[in-house]
Design a protein around this ligand. Structure first.
Ligand code: 9MR
Length: 438
């Protein structure tokens, strides 16, 4: 606990004292080998490469992006057989240039379909415009064309989105289910796998996060059946559109049962909404509560080896689907409407920082072997053994001091140092490497 508070304090102080994004979610997430991402929509493209706060937040904090709407069926195949890749290509190219990857969302869904597909239903009921064979050909072509276009470039795909009905966990009677039949689900995964065998393939839905919930159990049982049928599926996408409190215990159980059948879980669309009336009454308390709920979620990811992707559905409350779709709720994301980071942001940053430094910090034990004396003018490193190399790194991994003189005592001038935390790395003459945070 004490260590937590200390680390939180240094993360805060380093962020503010450096006055820029010297540390970021993706900086630590990369060290933890997890994907931390955000969905992005139109504002991403208008802000791209403008070096505005928006642009810098995206580039500095995420290592994975998702098109909020631009890879959906109506965006990609607005007219039958004619594909529109321009916007999605921009996202994939920009992300690649910025050292990020893109999560594909989504190939098959009952919503955001173009009118030429929706023409197959009248008042929600299949009308004979498509037969099983013609609709299978349409869907196969859609999936194959897109996945071939992005082969090797988009490592994860929500192949299927929201196939379960809300009431009883049965399959939703979408156009796909009505016209093709329940086996459309197996087919979409097989087609996707054939087009890009290396891509990870997920079935994504909401209200499926908790073990013991109707939809959560229905989805698990369905996916288990797919595994038994040898259908190529990598895992479950938990959308995580949450109110408070988040039930992390039931989620943990659910993640574990997916692990037990060899599957991943991805948190695909996280937001934790706040009731506007509560927020207006006590903003600080609500933001603290929200931060605690986000902490539970990032913990689930850090503690479960089969959960390594954590995506929020947007990053700023300025652009979020929540207020327009969930009456009475808002403020669900990590940055506020002025693009300022919220307590939830710092909580996640802190949890990632703690996790990423476990190895380095735990290596630092033996004060008898290595001592650091600090004053404003100089730092002196003292060792019982001869040091053959002494280096100082900042938290971005940049080496800012090296000495290769074989001595027991090394003096480091402080003029290159700004306020913050550094890692001292010493190689002893006997080959042993010691690290110490100061
Ligand atoms: O955030 C998306 C919003 O801009 C669209 O208007 C909406 C249309 O259905 O879809 C939103 O994204 C959804 C996602 O694709 C699937 N899961 C639920 C998301 C929030 O509605």
């Amino acid at each position: 606990m004490k260590k937590n508070i200390f680390l939180l304090a240094f993360v805060f102080s380093s962020l503010f004292s450096f006055g820029q994004w010297t540390q970021s979610l993706s900086y630590y997430a990369n060290k933890c080998k997890i994907k931390i991402g955000s969905a992005v929509g139109g504002p991403y493209f208008t802000n791209y490469d403008t070096r505005t706060t928006f642009d810098m937040i995206v580039k500095n904090n995420f290592n994975m992006l998702v098109a909020e709407n631009d890879m959906k069926y109506n965006a990609m195949e607005p007219t039958k057989g004619s594909f529109f890749f321009t916007t999605a290509d921009k996202l994939v190219t920009n992300a690649y240039n910025d050292g990020m990857t893109v999560r594909g969302h989504t190939l098959c869904w009952h919503s955001q379909l173009p009118s030429w597909v929706n023409a197959g239903l009248t008042n929600g009921i299949a009308n004979g415009v498509f037969t099983r064979a013609t609709l299978m050909a349409v869907l196969k072509n859609h999936i194959t064309t897109i996945m071939t276009h992005y082969k090797g470039l988009v490592p994860q795909w929500d192949v299927l989105n929201e196939p379960f009905s809300d009431s009883n966990g049965a399959l939703r009677n979408s156009i796909w289910q009505q016209v093709i039949g329940n086996d459309y689900i197996d087919s979409v995964f097989v087609w996707a796998h054939r087009a890009d065998p290396a891509a990870k393939l997920y079935l994504n839905d909401y209200s499926v996060e908790r073990m013991g919930s109707t939809k959560g159990d229905a989805m698990f049982n369905y996916i288990k059946g797919m595994v038994d049928r040898n259908i190529p599926i990598t895992g479950a996408g938990f959308q995580c559109h949450f109110g408070m409190p988040v039930d992390s215990t039931a989620m943990d159980k659910n993640i574990n049962r997916y692990a037990a059948i060899g599957l991943e879980v991805v948190f695909t669309e996280i937001d934790v909404r706040i009731l506007i009336t509560d927020y207006d009454k006590n903003k600080a308390a609500q933001l603290a509560l929200q931060a605690d709920n986000y902490r539970k979620l990032i913990h689930l990811c850090l503690e479960n080896p089969n959960c390594k992707t954590f995506i929020t559905w947007g990053f700023t409350d300025l652009y979020s689907w929540i207020p327009s779709s969930m009456a009475g709720y808002d403020h669900a994301l990590l940055f506020d409407k002025n693009l300022a980071p919220k307590p939830a942001y710092f909580t996640i940053l802190n949890e990632l920082a703690l996790e990423s430094q476990k190895t380095a910090v735990e290596d630092v034990k033996d004060d008898d072997i290595l001592k650091i004396q600090k004053s404003d003018e100089r730092i002196v490193v003292l060792s019982a053994n001869i040091m053959s190399r002494c280096q100082v790194y900042d938290l971005q991994g940049k080496c800012i001091f090296t000495s290769d003189i074989n001595r027991n005592e090394i003096e480091i001038p402080t003029n290159n140092f700004r306020k913050g935390i550094y890692i001292l790395k010493v190689q002893l003459e006997n080959g042993k490497v010691l690290m110490k945070k100061f």
